[in-house]
Unconditional design. Structure first.
Length: 103
């Protein structure tokens, strides 16, 4: 799974600054591995995703992504997660989120 290639799309029309903030926060959540932030070891994606076969990593990434967003960015929810294969056969997740407003 190619973690750094995650595409995030907000499935709503809102101001540009808010879209950039949400995209940045969610990108941060997907860019770190669990256990690497000293004061919050639970934040981030599980390291086991890296070594799994494509179909297994897709399923586990989907669950982990939804849980991360629900926990650390409650203003949005996951609308869908699709996977695109790059030229080298790596899965690139596309996460579509819906903005629900400030909580």
């Amino acid at each position: 799974m190619k973690i750094e290639g995650i595409e995030i799309e907000i499935n709503s029309v809102y101001e540009r600054g808010l879209r950039e903030e949400l995209t940045s926060r969610i990108s941060f959540l997907f860019s770190i591995l669990q256990g690497t932030i000293p004061m919050n070891r639970a934040i981030g994606l599980p390291e086991r995703l890296i070594d799994l076969k494509s179909f297994e990593s897709r399923a586990q990434f989907t669950v982990a992504a939804i849980e991360l967003i629900e926990t650390y960015e409650p203003r949005v929810s996951v609308d869908s997660i699709d996977f695109i294969e790059d030229d080298f056969g790596k899965s690139i997740p596309k996460v579509v989120i819906v903005y629900h407003g400030d909580n």
